[in-house]
Design a protein around this ligand. Structure first.
Ligand code: ADP
Ligand code: MG
Length: 323
């Protein structure tokens, strides 16, 4: 089984950035209102995620690291409707198989917490400890036991960039959660958790963008679009900051990018892209989300309605903002 976990790790654990993503999603799922993420050397040597969420009970701690141990889903049909972010029960098992883990966790109603140490998926130590409510998990020396993966490790610099992007997206998707992101002992950003998206954007992105933001709020046939877009004068050289969430989940979609960019029409310089942070709320029965561990692909059953909603709300807001 440890071998299977190691193989599965190849699928789930693309690199430090996917570890960070999975751990934060677990913290979000656990109802945390405060999440601190600290990395060193692009997360290759050290990743720590601390949350004040539900914690894990003593009797469930070991099981949380087993493959397909998930507390989050009962039936496969739930996959589309599922509101939680993680639901496959393979992240912790896969990460544990290729790293050294320390976890300390305590549910609110327990007097003491549990500390567990693991090396390559084996428990090396488990004991009761005093600790705050919630969960702290430390991942050290990712891929230390998979030489082939180690060899193809990116530079810490490039992993840091990817982690920064994931951190930004997750924090932007959860403005009601206070995030702190620390890289090599430097605080990169903190967000207030006060549930004001504009505040969160200001905490993460730059002031100039903040000044150029245009609010978007529109509804159509059981769908709603909310968030901010940049004036056509504030552009980026790539699509990394065309950030779209569908029901709070970050989605990469050519269709969504096209709907946005066509609304800007000739207002955008060639090969330049707007910045936007948009959340599309849509009934889960109108979408299919690819459940592959690392993909965030989506299909819409009513593409034309989605397109209209995005296209018209953005183009009319752009017109208003230039009047
Ligand atoms: P999944 O998130 O798909 O259920 P994971 O392997 O990511 O699978 O996590 C396994 C289980 O461990 C979760 O279902 C949850 O019960 C528990 N768990 C993991 N991280 C946390 C956390 N930060 N707080 C509380 N419970 C957690
Ligand atoms: Mg998970």
């Amino acid at each position: 089984n440890l071998t299977i976990n190691k193989i599965a790790a190849g699928e789930v654990v693309e690199g430090p950035q996917s570890v960070v993503k999975e751990l934060i999603e677990n913290a979000i799922d656990a109802g945390a209102t405060n999440i601190v993420v600290e990395i060193k050397e692009g997360g290759q040597k050290f990743i720590r995620v601390t949350d004040n969420g539900a914690g894990i009970y003593e009797e469930d701690v070991a099981a949380a690291f087993m493959r397909h141990a998930t507390s989050k889903i009962q039936y496969l049909e739930d996959l589309n409707a599922v509101l939680t972010l993680g639901f496959r029960g393979e992240a912790l098992a896969s990460i544990a198989a290729v790293s050294q883990i320390q976890m300390v966790t305590k549910p609110r109603d327990q007097l003491h917490g549990i500390s567990i140490d693991m090396v390559a998926g084996n428990i090396t130590n488990k004991k009761q400890v005093g600790c705050p409510d919630g969960t702290t998990i430390i991942i050290k020396n990712l891929f230390f036991n998979t030489p082939a993966r180690l060899k193809f490790m990116k530079t810490p610099q490039s992993d840091t960039t990817k982690i920064g992007e994931i951190m930004s997206r997750l924090a932007l998707s959860q403005p009601h959660i206070a995030f702190k992101y620390i890289n090599n002992n430097n605080i990169m950003f903190t967000t207030s958790g006060a549930n004001h998206l504009d505040q969160t954007i200001l905490s993460i992105l730059d002031k100039e963008l903040f000044k150029s933001l245009i609010p978007i709020k529109a509804e159509k046939q059981d769908m709603a679009l909310e968030g901010y877009i940049s004036q056509p004068t504030y552009v980026r050289g790539n699509r990394n900051y065309e950030i779209v969430f569908v029901n709070g989940r970050y989605i990469k979609s050519k269709f969504l990018y096209r709907s946005i960019e066509e609304a800007y029409k000739e207002k955008l310089p060639i090969n330049k892209f707007p910045v936007c942070i948009l959340n599309l709320k849509i009934h889960p029965s109108f979408i299919d989300i690819n459940v592959h561990p690392t993909k965030t692909e989506i299909k819409f059953h009513k593409e034309e309605v989605v397109y209209d909603l995005i296209y018209h709300s953005i183009s009319s807001s752009l017109v208003k903002s230039t009047l």
